[in-house]
Design a protein around this ligand. Structure first.
Ligand SMILES: Nc1ncnc2c1ncn2[C@@H]1O[C@H](COP(=O)(O)OP(=O)(O)OP(=O)(O)O)[C@@H](O)[C@H]1O
Ligand SMILES: [Mg+2]
Length: 212
C-alpha cells in the first residue's frame, strides 16, 4: 500500500509542464512535504540512457514499435526502482509526463494499437496509476510560440519528436482530450493558455482539494 501521493503532468510540447512542476515542488516543500521529482522518459541511469536513444538517435531512429518499447522499458525501471519506493516511504512523487503520454504519442500520434499500449502500460507500471493528473491544454499556436522562444532562449534545437509535423501534434491533443474525457476522476484538464501565474492558480485551487 502506498502512503505517498503520485501526481503527473501531461500535455503536448511547450504547454508548460516543466514550469508548473517546479512551482508545485516548491509549494509542497514549503509545506514540509518530501517531494521526489522525476521526468519521463528518464529518472534512473538506465532510463536516462534510453531517453537519449529515443530523442537524439537520428541516424538509426527507432521505428514506431521500437520507440514504444523503449518508452515502456524506461518506465518499468523508473516505477520499480524510484517511484514505488518513494511512495512507500510516504513521499509525494511528481512526474513530468507518464503513461498517458505514451497513449497520446505512440497511440494517437503514431497510430499504434491503443489496447496494446494500455495493457503494456499496466505491465510496465505493475498497475501503478497516478492519484491525480494535470493535463495542461493549450492552443497549438500558443505552444509553438513557447517552443520557439525556449529554443532561442536556451540555444537548443528541437529534438526528433518535437519536430514531428503539425498534424501529429493535433492528434496528440485529441488523444489527451479523449483520455481526460474517459477518466474525469483522475485527469484534471487545465486551461494552460494563460500566464504561468494564471495556470498555477488553477492548479493550486485543485490541489487544495486533494492534499491531505
Ligand atoms: N504560462 C506560460 N506563459 C508563457 N510562457 C510559458 C508559460 N509556461 C511556460 N512558458 C515558457 O514556454 C516554454 C515551454 O515551457 P515548459 O518547458 O514548461 O513546457 P513543457 O510542457 O515542459 O515542454 P516539453 O514538453 O517540451 O518539455 C518555456 O520557455 C517556458 O518558460
Ligand atoms: Mg518539459
Amino acid at each position: 500500500m502506498s502512503k505517498g501521493l503520485f501526481i503527473t503532468f501531461e500535455g503536448g510540447e511547450g504547454c508548460g509542464k516543466s514550469t508548473q512542476v517546479k512551482r508545485l515542488k516548491a509549494e509542497l516543500e514549503s509545506r514540509g512535504i518530501e517531494v521526489l521529482l522525476t521526468r519521463e522518459p528518464g529518472g534512473t541511469i538506465l532510463s536516462e540512457e534510453i531517453r537519449r536513444l529515443i530523442k537524439d538517435q537520428e541516424e538509426d531512429a527507432p521505428c514506431d514499435r521500437a520507440e514504444l518499447l523503449l518508452f515502456l522499458a524506461a518506465r518499468a525501471q523508473l516505477v520499480r526502482n524510484v517511484i514505488r519506493p518513494a511512495l512507500a516511504a510516504g513521499k509525494y512523487v511528481i512526474s513530468d509526463r507518464f503513461s498517458d503520454s505514451t497513449i497520446a504519442y505512440q497511440g494517437y500520434g503514431r497510430g499504434l494499437s491503443l489496447d496494446f499500449i494500455s495493457a503494456a502500460n499496466d505491465f510496465a507500471c505493475e498497475d501503478l496509476k497516478p492519484d491525480i493528473t494535470f493535463l495542461l491544454d493549450v492552443d497549438p499556436e500558443v505552444a509553438r510560440a513557447r517552443m520557439r522562444s525556449r529554443e532561442s532562449a536556451t540555444h537548443t534545437a528541437a529534438d526528433r519528436i518535437e519536430k514531428a509535423g503539425e498534424e501529429f501534434h493535433a492528434r496528440l491533443r485529441e488523444g489527451f482530450r479523449a483520455l481526460a474525457a474517459a477518466d474525469r476522476e483522475r485527469i484534471v484538464t487545465i486551461d494552460a493558455n494563460g500566464s504561468p501565474d494564471e495556470v498555477w492558480n488553477l492548479i493550486s485551487n485543485i490541489l487544495r482539494k486533494v492534499i491531505r
